[in-house]
Design a protein around this ligand. Structure first.
Ligand code: AGP
Length: 613
C-alpha cells in the first residue's frame, strides 16, 4: 500500500503535493519522491525514509511549478531505497509516474521493453509503466496531448494486477493524468485548482469536494477542468462527494480506530496476498521462495518460529503443512527456540513468521537456525526489513502497513501465505490435482466470505455489549479451532486488558474446569466437523458449571443446544476455517474493548514491533 498525491493550479505545486502526501504517510513510509514541471522539463526529487527527508531537498526554485505528483512508498517489489522510490521516468525523461498497486506482469513487460532498447534504473514493477507509455508513442518530435493520452490508455490496458497511477509529462504540460484499477484514487475539486490523492484525508486541507474514482476510470485534470473517461476514451459522469469527516477520522477512513479499519481491509489483504501466485491451471507459483525440487527433497522436517500473533499463525501452519506434505512440522515461540539448543540441521526448513520483520527474538531464532545449517524462509510483511534481508528465502504478505498494535489483517495474510506455501510444497508430491483445485477455489472465495462476515458486524457489536460485564474468558477448540482460539484469546486480552485464555477443549476436565462458574464466558470454536461431536460435549461440561457459552459455527451446522450465543460464519475448507473464524472474533475483541473504553490502537504496555528482547 503506497500513497500518491498530485496538484495542478496556482499554488506552489511541489509543496502543495508534499503537504498532502504527509497525510498519507500511514500508507507507507520507506521512501518518497516528487516530480514537477519546470522550464527545463520534468524534474524529480527522491529520498529514502520519511517524507521529512524529501522536504529537505525542496528549495524555493520549485515554487514556480504549477503541476506536480508525489509518492510515499510501501515497498512491494525492490528494496526501500532512493533508486526504487517513485516517481519513475521513461528513457526520454518526459514522462513521470507514481503508482500504488502491484503490476503482476511487470517482469515480462520489462523484458520486452529491454529488447526494444529501454533502459531501466530501478528494481520496481512501477518503472515499466513509464517506459511502456513511451513505447506506445508515435515516432515523432511533435506529440500532441491527444496522442499521449491514447498511448497512455493503451499502455495501461496491457497491465495486469492493480494500479492507481498519477502521471505528468512534457506532452501534457499543464495537466495530471490519473487512472485506477483495484487501488483507490480520489480527485479533489478546487477553484482554479485540482488535486489527486490515494485517500480523502490528503485533499481535505484544500477542499471537501471529492470525486471517488471507480475501477477502470481515467481522468485528465487541468486547473479548471476534470474529464473522466474509461480506458477506451469514452466519457464518464461521476458524482461529486461533499466530505463531512473531521481530519483525524478521515485518516482512519472514517473508522474510529485503525484496528477496525484494518479488519475491514482484510478482504483486500487476502486478495493482494494471493495476487500473482495462482496460475491459470491453479498451480501455485512462489518465485521469491526459490526452492528447487532437489532442495525440497532434502528437507526432512519443518520448524515454524514466531512471536505472538505470528506464532499463532504458525500453529495453524503446522497443521496445514503436516496435512499436505506429510512431514513432521513443529511450531515454537521464538524466545523458546533460540535458547533450546534446537535440533535443526541442513535437513530442516525453518519458517520465520513476522509482520514487522524486526522482532528481536524472531531475528535471533533465524540466526541460530542458520548457524546450525537450516534453510530459512521468512514470511514477512515489511519489504526490506531485517528478516527479509537475512533469510535464505522470502514470502511476502501483502497486508500493507498495519498501524494498530493488535495485529489483525497481518494474521489473515500470514495464514493465506502459509496456505500458498503448503500447496506449493505439495503440488508435485502428495497433493492431488483435485485437492489442489479445491484449496485454490476456497482461497479465492475467502475475500467475499470475509465481506459477508463484515456485513454482519452489528450482530457482533451487540454480542460484545451483552458479554461486556464478563471478566474471564476461555477460548476453546480442537485441531484447527484450538490453533485459532490461541489468537482469539490474545486479541481480547491485549486490547481489553481482561483475562482471556485459550485451551484445547479436551484439556478442560484436566484442571481448568475448576475455574468455571457463573460470569465466566466460554467461546467455543466449532468449525471442524471431525472433532465437533467431542467439542460440543466439552461445552456441555462447561454449561453444567453455569458458564456462558458462545459458539462459532459454520453456517447451516446445527446450533449446539448448550449455546447461549451463536456466531455463524461461511463454510470453507477445514484448513482455512481459522481465516474466517478470526474475523468475528477480532471484531468481538474490538467492540468489547470499546465498550470498556480502552485505547485500542495503542494498548498499554505494548509496542507494535518488539525490537528488544
Ligand atoms: C499481536 O497483536 C501483537 N501485536 C504481538 O503479539 C505481535 O504479533 C508480535 O510482537 C510479533 O510481531 P511481528 O509479527 O512483527 O514479529
Amino acid at each position: 500500500m503506497c500513497g500518491i498525491t498530485g496538484y495542478v493550479g496556482d499554488r506552489p505545486a511541489v509543496k502543495t503535493a508534499i503537504k498532502n502526501l504527509k497525510r498519507l504517510e500511514y500508507r507507507g513510509y520507506d521512501s518518497s519522491g516528487v516530480a514537477y514541471s519546470s522550464a527545463t522539463g520534468i524534474e524529480v526529487r527522491k529520498s529514502q525514509g520519511k517524507i521529512a527527508n524529501l522536504e529537505s531537498l525542496i528549495g524555493a526554485e520549485t515554487d514556480l511549478s504549477t503541476v506536480a505528483i508525489s509518492h510515499t512508498r510501501w515497498a512491494t517489489h525492490g528494496r526501500p531505497n532512493e533508486v526504487n522510490a517513485h516517481p519513475h521516468k521513461d528513457c526520454s525523461g518526459k514522462i513521470a509516474v507514481v503508482h500504488n498497486g502491484i503490476v503482476e506482469n511487470y517482469a515480462i513487460l520489462r523484458q520486452q521493453l529491454k529488447i526494444k532498447g529501454h533502459e531501466f534504473i530501478s528494481d520496481t514493477d512501477t518503472e515499466v509503466i513509464s517506459h511502456l507509455i513511451e513505447d506506445k508513442l508515435p515516432a515523432s518530435d511533435q506529440i500532441t496531448a491527444k496522442e499521449f493520452l491514447l498511448a497512455t490508455r493503451q499502455a495501461l490496458k496491457e497491465l495486469s494486477g492493480s494500479f492507481a497511477v498519477g502521471i505528468i509529462s512534457d506532452y501534457i504540460p499543464n495537466a495530471v493524468f490519473v487512472a485506477r484499477k483495484d487501488s483507490p484514487l480520489v480527485i479533489g475539486l478546487g477553484e482554479g485548482e485540482n488535486f489527486i490523492a490515494s485517500d480523502i484525508p490528503a485533499v481535505m486541507a484544500f477542499t471537501r469536494r471529492v470525486i471517488v474514482m471507480e475501477d477502470g476510470d481515467c481522468a485528465y485534470i487541468e486547473r479548471n477542468s476534470v474529464d473522466v473517461f474509461n480506458l477506451d476514451g469514452e466519457r464518464l459522469d461521476r458524482n461529486v462527494l461533499d466530505v463531512t469527516w473531521d481530519d483525524i477520522s478521515a485518516e482512519k477512513g472514517g473508522f474510529d480506530h485503525f484496528m477496525l479499519k484494518e479488519i475491514f481491509e482484510e478482504p483486500r489483504t487476502v486478495r493482494d496476498t494471493l495476487r500473482g501466485h495462482i496460475l491459470e491451471n491453479n498451480r501455485v507459483e512462489l518465485p521469491e521462495v526459490k526452492f528447487t525440487t532437489e532442495q525440497w527433497n532434502h528437507i526432512r522436517r519443518i520448524t515454524i518460529v514466531g512471536c505472538g500473533t505470528a506464532f499463532h499463525a504458525g500453529l495453524v501452519g503446522k497443521r496445514l503443512l503436516e496435512q499436505l506434505i506429510r512431514r513432521p512440522v513443529e511450531a515454537i515461540v521464538a524466545s523458546e527456540f533460540r535458547y533450546s539448543d534446537p535440533i535443526v540441521d541442513d535437513e530442516t526448513l525453518v519458517i520465520l513468521i513476522s509482520q514487522s520483520g524486526e522482532t528481536a527474538d524472531t531475528l535471533a531464532a533465524m540466526r541460530e537456525a542458520r548457524k546450525k545449517g537450516a534453510h530459512t524462509l521468512g514470511i514477512v510483511n515489511v519489504v526490506g526489513s531485517t528478516l527479509s534481508r537475512e533469510a535464505d528465502a522470502i514470502l511476502y504478505t501483502q497486508a500493507g502497513p498495519e498501524i494498530g498494535v493488535a495485529s489483525t489483517k497481518a494474521y489473515l495474510a500470514q495464514l493465506v501465505a502459509l496456505s500458498l506455501l503448503a500447496i506449493y510444497l505439495s503440488q508435485d508430491h502428495l497433493l492431488t490435482e483435485f485437492d489442489r483445485n479445491k484449496m485454490i477455489t476456497a482461497l479465492k472465495q475467502l475475500p467475499e466470505q470475509i465481506e459477508e462476515i463484515l456485513g454482519g458486524c452489528s450482530h457482533i457489536e451487540d454480542l460484545a455489549r451483552r458479554l461486556s460485564s464478563h471478566s474471564c474468558f476461555f477460548f476453546l477448540g480442537r485441531s484447527y479451532d484450538y490453533a485459532a482460539s490461541m489468537e482469539a484469546a490474545l486479541k481480547l486480552k491485549e486490547i481489553s486488558y481482561i483475562h482471556a485464555e485459550a485451551y484445547a477443549a479436551g484439556e478442560m476436565k484436566h484442571g481448568p474446569l475448576a475455574l468455571v462458574e457463573p460470569g465466566v464466558s466460554i467461546i467455543g470454536l466449532c468449525t471442524q466437523p471431525a472433532t465437533n461431536e467431542k467439542m460440543i460435549s466439552n461445552l456441555k461440561e462447561v454449561k453444567a458449571r453455569e458458564g456462558t457459552i458462545t459458539t462459532v459455527i459454520r453456517k447451516g451446522d446445527e446450533v449446539p443446544d448448550c449455546a447461549d450465543e451463536v456466531i455463524e460464519i461461511p463454510i470453507t475448507e477445514d484448513a482455512l476455517m481459522p481465516v474466517l473464524a478470526m474475523v468475528p472474533l477480532q471484531l468481538l475483541s474490538y467492540y468489547f474493548a470499546r465498550e470498556r473504553g480502552c485505547s485500542i490502537d495503542q494498548p498499554r504496555n505494548l509496542a507494535k514491533s518488539v525490537t528488544v528482547e
